[in-house]
Design a protein around this ligand. Structure first.
Ligand SMILES: Cc1cc2nc3c(=O)[nH]c(=O)nc-3n(C[C@H](O)[C@H](O)[C@H](O)COP(=O)(O)OP(=O)(O)OC[C@H]3O[C@@H](n4cnc5c(N)ncnc54)[C@H](O)[C@@H]3O)c2cc1C
Length: 491
């Protein structure tokens, strides 16, 4: 990824979200035997979920798969947009709506994952999409015209499509932290070389404080990003815990951080940051491709879950326990007597849980160097503070909390920074234990934590007393045309 983001995205779409991953997790033995060997002999795969009218909310998809009268096949019709590798793929996972099932007397929508082979006929490449960056990917708008797919090609059973998509994306998302860390390292290399070489106003630009502070932030953030990526990946490989939350936080934290790093690299390289590698080379300069990295990087906070959707997803996961407790009391399908019983159960639970959130944080593990102790303590205290605030927010806003996206985003940002701090600290302690004479990792973790603590304090301070309502009002006014005069003097 540090060399070519297009190759990283091509591989990620093929391997992490394309046919191999869902097949490994959800496929039958027959499906694995039939399809997996093909990927060792050159088959290219893709993942087709997004549609022209359906992006972040895939449950509303319109691609349909109708069963044939003999029940042996499904006929797929519909369009899939921005399908990476789709133009070339000979085999792909296609998500489609299958006939609704009646659950509790009501029709429930079914989304099903199909393995579709181009050789089945009816898969049309309508358009090859071109983007700001990632010029090397083969991504397109595909149309499925009466594609006849055998029922044996359903992955995980009818109606399991969304679950498969979400589970696949959990692991798939972990490609992203590794890839953006690689690209960020490339930026750092370019910046360090340039800042040591370029002299302005009588000194190397790396000696000017404004540039130096950017370099320090970039270096410590890359250390934290790599720590997050490695720890989340180890957790995924161990398969001992559900990593939904960690994978989402890793994706959110690293893609947002890497965008700032790329932006910093362009800024420090000045005009050369904006110039293409080809043009630099033609003028006889070293062709650092920071301009291309920036164009390539812009998509990372959009694909595989936009940052906004990631925050909502993380918030939902974090609230899950409370939602279940509350719904067991106020849920519409709960009988009166069950409601009373659940109320007392929840009361007993919170009578213990809530006061615990005011007790001091967990003890610092043994062997932690003194300069990092305070950060461990900070994480312990602030994880509890976060739990309290989340609980208070649920009590105040109840079922309206989902709509309080500013508030949730702040809570998620705190949680994500606490997670990144924990990863950076754990890895720094480990690296220091391996090589006690080198305190580099401790220094980087220390700086990252100091900066993260500043961000966390800021997020907490604006949690309940803020300008969120006014901000929302101005946005709605803008949408309704109140400030149209502001746009009136442009061509
Ligand atoms: C280069 C590239 C490669 C891609 N590869 C694939 C692929 O291989 N397979 C595939 O299926 N798809 C692929 N996609 C699609 C990609 O996953 C979607 O672009 C992404 O899911 C966002 O959907 P959207 O663009 O329709 O945005 P929308 O969902 O329309 O969102 C627009 C904006 O609104 C925000 N938003 C939406 N809903 C909410 C909400 N409830 N609350 C707050 N904010 C919200 C979003 O964050 C975003 O900022 C690719 C896209 C690109 C550009």
């Amino acid at each position: 990824a540090s060399y070519c983001a297009s190759t990283a995205v091509y591989l990620s779409a093929h391997q992490s979200i394309g046919v191999p991953q869902p097949l490994i997790v959800f496929g039958t033995e027959e499906q694995k035997q039939k399809f997996l060997p093909r990927f060792a002999t050159g088959s290219i795969s893709a993942f087709a979920l997004t549609e022209p009218d359906v992006g972040s909310d895939p449950a509303k998809m319109t691609t349909k798969a109708e069963p044939t009268p003999d029940g042996k096949h499904f006929i797929i019709n519909g369009e899939k947009l921005w399908c990476t590798n789709g133009i070339r793929a000979d085999i792909m996972v296609v998500m489609a709506q299958t006939p609704a099932k009646i659950v509790h007397g009501k029709p429930r929508q079914q989304i099903t994952a199909f393995i579709v082979e181009r050789s089945m006929g009816g898969v049309e490449n309508v358009h090859r999409c071109e983007f700001m960056g990632l010029k090397g990917i083969q991504n397109g708008l595909l149309r499925f015209n009466n594609v006849k797919v055998p029922v044996e090609n359903i992955i995980g059973g009818e109606g399991q499509g969304l679950k498969i998509a979400l589970t696949t994306l959990n692991t798939g998302r972990l490609t992203m932290p590794a890839a953006v860390t690689g690209a960020s390292k490339y930026c750092l290399q370019s910046v360090i070389e340039w800042s040591n070489e370029r002299v302005q106003w009588g000194s190397k630009i790396g000696k000017h404080e404004a540039v130096a502070s950017k370099i320090a932030a970039m270096t410590s953030t890359i250390f934290a990003m790599e720590s997050v990526s490695e720890i989340a990946s180890v957790m995924a490989d161990k398969k001992e815990t559900d990593i939904r939350l960690e994978a989402a936080m890793a994706k959110l934290a690293t893609t947002e951080a890497s965008w700032k790093i790329v932006d910093g690299a362009v800024q420090i390289r000045g005009g050369r940051g904006y110039e293409t590698a080809r043009s630099l080379k033609a003028r006889g300069e070293k062709p650092w491709a920071v301009e291309r990295v920036m164009r390539d990087a812009r998509i990372n906070t959009i694909i595989e879950g936009t940052s906004q959707i990631m925050r909502l997803f993380i918030a939902r996961e974090a609230m899950d326990m409370h939602v279940r407790n509350i719904m067991s009391v106020i849920g519409p399908r709960v009988s009166f007597f069950k409601r009373i019983g659940n109320f007392f159960k929840a009361f007993a639970f919170y009578a213990v849980w809530y006061p615990k959130q005011y007790l001091p944080g967990s003890t610092v593990p043994e062997g932690v160097p003194s300069r990092l102790m305070t950060h461990f303590k900070f994480i312990g205290c602030n994880a509890k503070k976060l739990a309290r605030h989340l609980f208070h927010a649920m009590m105040i806003y109840q079922t309206n909390l989902e709509g309080k996206q500013h508030l949730l985003a702040k809570l998620v940002n705190v949680g994500t920074d606490l997670f990144s701090m924990s990863c950076a600290l754990s890895r720094a302690v480990y690296l220091h234990q391996q090589n006690p004479s080198d305190d580099g990792a401790l220094e980087l973790a220390d700086l990252f934590c100091l900066q993260a603590r500043g961000r966390i304090r800021k997020q907490f301070s604006g949690l309940f007393f803020n300008r969120d309502k006014f901000v929302y009002k101005v946005a709605q006014n803008a949408l309704e045309g109140k400030y149209r005069w502001l746009e009136s003097d442009i061509f």
